[in-house]
Design a protein around this ligand. Structure first.
Ligand code: ATP
Ligand code: MG
Length: 342
């Protein structure tokens, strides 16, 4: 009898965790949220059930996001979440512990890397391989990263935006900024508080961003009523928000992304820059679904921009590509960095 262990790819994102099993494809995508009892620390809900509680918890329960800005913020809760999902996809028995490929943003510190490896190991992995997110995102977007030709990917997640130029299977120039979809939500909350004296919740802000906002002037012409609590009277009130007002509110995080992209362009050797102009820039990550993000980025760089198919899944699909070949995995994880937990 041959005992095959599951090979698992994980994208432990700030907004959501995505898990893939080799041979099966993506098996789950759940919000990175854990609800706990505040006195005992006992976990009461994980994933979508916990997300429903964000901003709606009674006293005694808190809905917490264990990841912040692309890295582990609350180690114990991140570990709890990883264990929960790895066990779920590994099956109850898990006779042989799985090999796990997991991504980290390109800008993380060695301490932050170690925290990820430690959490995955404690969650039951036999071997843990860390791959830099831009490489996984590019692979998952279907970019051929091996030829001596430059490609640029911009992964706009919930917590971070990773910008990278790739050639010959490696990162030639990159930047990672701790600005992504969350900062956009916060910018909307701040704007509505300042301009309309209205306090709105995180989830309301995210819905406004997805449903009405745009990154591109004149790109969208919608409006909606947003509900919140009046800061003066303390009572519920609504305000009408238009696409254009949202765009103005989003200017700061969007400009931060544009500046990061231009910085990487400037650090790119001219031959590779010419390749990028030919091929265009690929956007991945949920943030690339913001309306008008492609045109905004194209204007900021002067280069054609394409949004990947299923951008939210690119990174985890990339871990799946890496799992298909041990050789590929070694190269991507970098022999010095591949972490052997067994
Ligand atoms: N249609 C949409 N319009 C605008 N933003 C969207 C849309 N769909 C998803 N998002 C945003 O995408 C972000 C989540 O994307 P993604 O799942 O790629 O992030 P993540 O991988 O969890 O985070 P990170 O890579 O930063 O750790 C959230 O901020 C979410 O609000
Ligand atoms: Mg991500």
């Amino acid at each position: 009898m041959v005992l095959l262990s599951a090979d698992i790819g994980v994208d432990l994102g700030t907004a959501s965790i995505k898990v893939l099993v080799r041979g099966k494809g993506i098996v789950l995508r759940e919000p990175s949220v854990v609800a706990i009892q505040t006195d005992s620390g006992k976990v009461v809900a994980i994933g979508e059930a916990a997300r429903q509680m964000l901003g709606r918890t009674p006293g005694g329960i808190a809905a917490v996001r264990p990841m912040r800005e692309g890295v582990i913020d609350d180690f114990d809760l991140a570990l709890h979440m990883l264990k929960h999902y790895i066990h779920r996809v590994g099956g109850r028995g898990m006779l042989v512990r799985p090999r796990v490929v997991i991504c980290v943003p390109s800008g993380v510190t060695s301490v932050e890397r170690r925290a990820v490896v430690e959490a995955v190991t404690q969650a039951g992995a036999r071997h843990t391989y860390l791959i830099e997110e831009p490489l996984a995102a590019a692979l998952g977007a279907g970019i051929d990263i091996w030829p001596p030709s430059g490609s640029m990917v911009i992964d706009i997640g919930g917590g971070t935006t990773d910008v990278a130029v790739l050639s010959l299977g490696g990162i030639v120039a990159s930047a990672s900024i701790r600005v992504g979809g969350d900062r956009c939500d916060e910018a909307l909350i701040r704007h509505i508080r300042r301009e309309h004296n209205l306090l709105i919740g995180e989830r309301t802000a995210e819905e406004l961003k997805m449903g009405v906002a745009t990154a591109y002037p004149g790109g969208r012409d919608l409006k909606t009523e947003v509900r919140g609590r009046d800061l003066v009277a303390g009572l519920p009130r609504t305000v009408v928000m238009t696409s254009e007002e949202c765009r103005l509110a989003l200017e700061e995080p969007l400009q931060a992304i544009a500046v990061a992209v231009r910085g990487v362009m400037e650090a790119t050797p001219p031959e590779l820059a010419a390749d990028i102009v030919d091929k265009g820039v690929i956007l991945t990550g949920g943030g690339s679904l913001l309306h008008g993000m492609d045109r905004f980025t194209s204007d900021a760089t002067g280069v054609p921009v394409l949004v990947a198919e299923d951008p939210i899944s690119c990174v985890v699909l990339g871990t799946g590509k890496a799992l298909e070949s041990m050789e590929l995995l070694r190269v991507l994880a970098g022999s010095g960095r591949a972490q052997d937990a067994g």
